[in-house]
Ligand binder design. Structure first.
Ligand SMILES: *Cc1c(COP(=O)(O)O)cnc(C)c1O
Length: 387
């Protein structure tokens, strides 16, 4: 029986999205119009945040948070090496230093005990080179990995006691809830992203939510070439960027946001099919979900294989059989530019490296059929039997 190629991920789009984008193209306003405002309002309505600032990528959103938090030359930010590189790169953009602590092996999220230890004993956590040893800790940047919120209560407590800013990277967790509260609302700033594999998409896009009015105004200015309220087109109060989201993207996002619960429910159903099928297979570990995760927002479906399995050889077999899979995440501290700047070595963050070595992201989206989930699972079971 011929099999269609399986996509790694797929956006979930309907004619309503297509019509919304087409409607924008009937108008002359392709940027800085009402759709961006409506998209932002949808986030305030959904999360209860006072302010939402839409930008053209999740990375841009994180960068504006770094600027608004006043993180600059030499400053230290405690964060996780088990993430997508953008969550650390934004510190490097400002010549600040990400200080890594290892993760909870069950969830892959930053370990709050280690955050606490790092705040008290920062010298022991600094990289071998490239960091200023007298620098000040400015912020904590936890990441809600794979759609599950980090354990934010202890992190907020540490931040409060030490006067640190918390930037919550919720780029993988739109719609998730921690103890009943929306992901992204648990720190001073929350960040979302809308690349086509995320829970909702705008093509490219990102957004910040915050309750701080002054910071919100500042970030709006920075995304618009540094133009503060009252500035003319060629007056620039601040050093800014062009991080604006266009109206076509925002119109798409408005429709996607109106469908958020539907989109999340579909993804949860697909995750449930995987869970039922994969939990029968030996040597496959499925995602652990904390009690405090009162709503999981499935972003990717990552499984871990037993340490006795050659993960890379298995991945090659799966790919050869038409099942695309990807190691997820590749530890940030071992990326070539991180190694050369900070002198990191294998073994520095053993839990991150272990999960990085044993995990594979499987094909996953809300439009995936049960039959495809069965096909992927069956292929994994067969490939494992051949070891
Ligand atoms: C997707 C993602 C981002 C932002 O990515 P962009 O491609 O810039 O939109 C940031 N952090 C994490 C953890 C992500 O998964």
């Amino acid at each position: 029986m011929p099999k269609l190629p399986i996509p790694m991920s797929s956006p979930d789009l309907t004619d309503t999205e297509r019509q919304a984008v087409a409607n924008v193209l009937e108008t002359p306003i392709l940027s800085m119009g009402q759709y961006v405002k409506d998209f932002e309002q949808a986030f305030c309505d959904r999360t209860g945040a006072k302010h939402a600032i839409a930008v053209n990528s999740g990375t841009a959103a994180l960068h504006l948070c770094v600027r608004a938090a006043g993180i600059g030359d030499g400053d230290l930010v405690i964060t996780t090496p088990f993430s997508f590189v953008a969550s650390s790169n934004v510190m490097l953009f400002e010549n600040a230093t990400p200080v890594f602590v290892d993760i909870d092996p069950r969830t892959g999220n930053i370990d709050p005990e280690l955050v606490k230890d790092a705040v008290g004993n920062i010298g022991r956590y600094l990289p071998r080179k490239g960091a200023n040893r007298d620098a000040k800790i400015k912020a904590i940047l936890p990441v809600d990995v794979f759609g599950q919120p980090a354990d934010m209560d202890p992190i907020k407590e540490i931040a409060r006691e030490n006067d640190l800013v918390v930037i919550e990277d919720s780029c993988e967790a739109l719609g998730a809830e921690y103890k009943g509260q929306p992901a992204g609302m648990l720190g001073d700033f929350g960040v979302f992203a809308f690349y086509p594999n995320k829970q909702i998409t705008t093509g490219e896009g990102g957004l910040i939510i915050t309750d701080h009015e002054e910071n919100a105004d500042y970030m709006r200015a920075l995304r618009n070439q540094g133009r503060a309220p009252g500035d003319t087109w060629l007056t620039h109060t601040h050093l800014g960027y062009n991080y604006r989201l266009d109206e076509m993207s925002a119109a798409l996002g408005v429709v996607q946001m109106s469908r958020l619960d539907e989109l999340l429910d579909k993804r949860e159903q697909v995750a449930g099919w995987y869970e039922a099928r994969l939990s029968e297979i030996q040597d496959v570990e499925i995602q652990f979900i904390e009690k405090f995760t009162t709503r999981m927002s499935w972003f990717v479906y990552v499984v871990r294989f037993d340490a006795t399995i050659d993960r890379d050889a298995l991945a090659q077999k799966l790919i050869a059989r038409g099942v695309p899979v990807r190691p997820y995440f590749a530890p940030i501290h071992l990326q070539p530019y991180m190694v050369s700047k900070f002198g990191y070595q294998p073994g520095d963050f053993p839990i991150t490296e272990d999960l990085g070595n044993r995990g594979l992201a499987l094909p996953f989206s809300g439009v995936m059929s049960e039959a495809l989930v069965e096909q992927v699972s069956q292929t994994i079971a067969e490939a494992l039997l051949e070891k």
